[in-house]
Design a protein around this ligand. Structure first.
Ligand SMILES: *Cc1c(COP(=O)(O)O)cnc(C)c1O
Length: 377
């Protein structure tokens, strides 16, 4: 059986997790958290990073940070994970969906301006498959209308937009270290990147359950107290130890995934030339991270026959998001601006195939062999 995904295990995780267990005895509870946060800040040139329990909590923290109020509108694409929308719905916001670009499945940057109203508060840029949105255009619209930009970079760690790492372009960036992503903190985890000085100032209180604990710790005032809204967003040191092993190995993991991605692309390219399928498009402004390899078939029925064909050879492939605006609950929380030209159509013909650090080249060759057979049979 070749699974769609296996969580990344590099091999060095146990060493750091053991060390974190020993640290518990000495009440040294944030060594690996510090190491990871510093790594992100220095390697990616981010102003402030907090490790969190998930990308979902990073997005929820982002909604608190920008002070979303009931009735505020948040613009995003509908082809995304539910948390991208829920984080803002939890604060009473209305989600305003905009169509995607067919080539990247990211928000169509040219349709954003028409969706802006007096109530618009922020634009969320989801970097699908670790391929970046066109951030220059998004940032210039945001500046023109005085809006926040939040990057949902859950899938985008190590990817770049014009030489800037994703997560570091908008006011806030959110990462996931869930087990399905390129790097994990042992199954669950995330990070929030804060690039705006005013937001950094407010962030400590929100991150530490609405207390002034971080200020108290550094100033030695007697006791911490309730200071505002916030929640318990921080990751445990044990998880950070697992993540630290992966960050130290991030280049190897990145290169390995990239090699798999490039193999797929070059082996399947002739099929795209023969119009049997479409392969992912990487815009010139983007350096991606090989997070997902997808094929676009002619239609949904073709997808089903591919899924069934590969199942016969014990190869698991899968669809991805059901667009949020097509859900029965969507009209309670959202509206779609203009028409859905690409979101539904493109999502219905996309199939993800296995790509992960622990996928062997032999297994990849088996996948490629049966894919080719499907298209020439
Ligand atoms: C995975 C993912 C999330 C959620 O991440 P969690 O860490 O599981 O909460 C949010 N948005 C996108 C685009 C994702 O791919």
């Amino acid at each position: 059986m070749i699974l769609l995904n296996i969580p990344p295990i590099f091999g060095t995780e146990i060493k750091y997790v053991n060390s974190a267990i020993l640290d518990i005895k000495f009440n040294n509870n944030n060594k690996f958290i510090q190491l990871c946060e510093n790594w992100f800040e220095s390697k990616f040139n981010f102003k402030k990073v907090f490790l969190t329990t998930s990308c979902t909590s990073s997005l929820e923290m982002a909604a608190l940070l920008i002070n979303v109020q009931s009735g505020d509108e948040i613009i995003m694409s509908s082809y995304t994970f539910v948390s991208t929308a829920n984080a803002f719905v939890l604060r009473g916001a209305v989600i305003v969906f905009v169509d995607i670009r067919p080539d990247t499945l990211n928000i169509n940057e040219n349709l954003i301006e028409q969706a802006i109203t007096k109530k618009t508060k922020a634009i969320v840029a989801v970097h699908y498959a670790g391929v970046s949105c066109d951030m220059d255009l998004i940032m210039s619209v945001a500046i023109k209308y005085n809006l926040y930009v939040i990057e949902d970079a859950a899938q985008g760690m190590m990817s770049k937009y014009k030489n800037v790492y994703l997560g570091g372009i908008g006011h806030i960036g959110c990462f996931s270290f869930h087990k399905t992503k390129n790097y994990t903190s042992g199954g669950e985890g995330g990070a929030i990147v804060i690039n705006d000085d005013l937001l950094i100032k407010r962030s400590y209180i929100i991150y530490e359950e609405g207390t002034n604990r971080s200020i108290v710790n550094s100033n030695q005032i007697n006791n911490y107290m309730w200071y505002g809204v916030g929640s318990h967003y921080f990751m445990s040191n044990l998880q950070a130890a697992y993540l630290w092993a992966q960050l130290k190995a991030s280049k190897y993991i990145y290169n390995y995934r990239m090699n798999l991605w490039n193999n797929y692309f070059s082996e399947l390219f002739y099929l795209s030339e023969n119009k049997k399928l479409e392969l992912p498009n990487i815009p010139k402004y983007c350096k991606h991270n090989a997070h997902i390899f997808y094929l676009k078939m002619k239609n949904r029925n073709k997808c089903y026959s591919l899924v069934n064909w590969l199942m016969k050879y014990k190869i698991i492939v899968s669809f991805h998001y059901v667009p949020l605006h097509t859900s029965p609950v969507a009209k309670r929380f959202s509206r779609f601006v203009n028409s859905d030209v690409y979101t539904t159509v493109e999502s219905e013909r996309l199939i993800r195939i296995p790509i992960y650090y622990n996928l062997t080249i032999d297994d990849q060759n088996i996948i490629i062999k049966y894919l080719k057979k499907f298209f020439i049979k």
